[in-house]
Design a binder for this molecule. Structure first.
Ligand SMILES: C[S@@+](CC[C@H](N)C(=O)[O-])C[C@H]1O[C@@H](n2cnc3c(N)ncnc32)[C@H](O)[C@@H]1O
Length: 237
């Protein structure tokens, strides 16, 4: 697992370095009020687990979960619930604890994927899931969403072409991305998704050979939301 953003990286570090239970406990015990949130976010700490908690708080209470500079706190949010509208502590804690159960299988690197991936091009056993920021062709979404949005997409496609192992990449449905995929002789499929505004959009899946996607049986049902239900009935968008 490779991630460049120091705040997102703090969450992966906290989990992989054995602080998932601490994190889950803080999430469950935190009384989310505007004052408590402000006090918590003010803390300057070099401790990865504290930074991880602050990242999760920001991700759940800032507009669209956007960590990039300049994002504001949710005022109305879902159902007019403001900062609480996307705070699902039970679900969040459960996810962190689920990750804890497999943490020994995860190696986390706070690094530039474009520098790390070339080390694995000859490994036929390796399989890669590549989920880059959606900024190819000057798309605005990725620029607004991510601090590290300036990715050299052409270089990423060149590296992907050198991979001996298999890979799957996800991008948004943009002409420039499709042109890159065509140029590198990759296959493409469109997958329907629901975005945060509950509108159906299509995400582009790119790979060397996506025939396995055709073998999947289609499920003919309307998905209510991009959400996961927990035992407590909470959901996370
Ligand atoms: C579409 S998001 C992926 C989110 C992630 N898969 C998840 O669900 O937690 C793109 C991510 O790529 C990261 N990123 C951007 N450039 C990167 C690079 N060169 N190397 C590693 N990560 C990068 C961004 O910080 C952002 O978190």
């Amino acid at each position: 697992m490779i991630e460049l953003d120091h705040e997102v990286a703090a969450v992966w570090k906290a989990v992989t370095e054995g602080h998932a239970e601490w994190l889950a406990d803080r999430i469950l015990k935190f009384d989310l009020t505007h004052e408590n949130l402000m006090n918590e976010l003010k803390i300057l700490s070099t401790d990865a687990k504290q930074q991880a908690f602050q990242t999760l708080l920001k991700n759940r209470t800032l507009h669209g979960g956007i960590l990039a500079e300049g994002s504001g706190l949710l005022k109305n949010g879902e159902n007019g619930k403001g900062i609480k509208s996307r705070w699902y502590p039970q679900t969040l804690a459960k996810r962190i604890l689920n990750l804890n159960a497999i943490r020994e299988k995860i190696t986390f690197l706070k690094s530039d994927a474009l520098e790390i991936l070339p080390n694995y091009t000859q490994n036929k056993q390796a399989v890669f899931f590549i989920d880059p920021p959606y900024t190819a062709g000057g798309k605005k979404a990725g620029k607004r969403l991510y601090r590290h949005c300036d990715l050299n997409h052409e270089k990423l496609f060149q590296i992907a072409e050198m991979l001996q192992g298999d890979f799957v990449m996800t991008y948004d449905h943009a002409e420039e991305v499709k042109n890159l995929a065509r140029k590198h002789n990759f296959q493409m499929r469109l997958i329907p998704m629901n975005n945060t505004h509950h509108a159906q959009i299509f995400e582009l899946v790119i790979g060397k050979n996506l025939s396995w996607l055709e073998d999947l049986q289609m499920v003919h049902e309307k998905r209510p939301d991009y959400s996961i239900s927990s035992l407590t009935g909470e959901r996370v968008n």
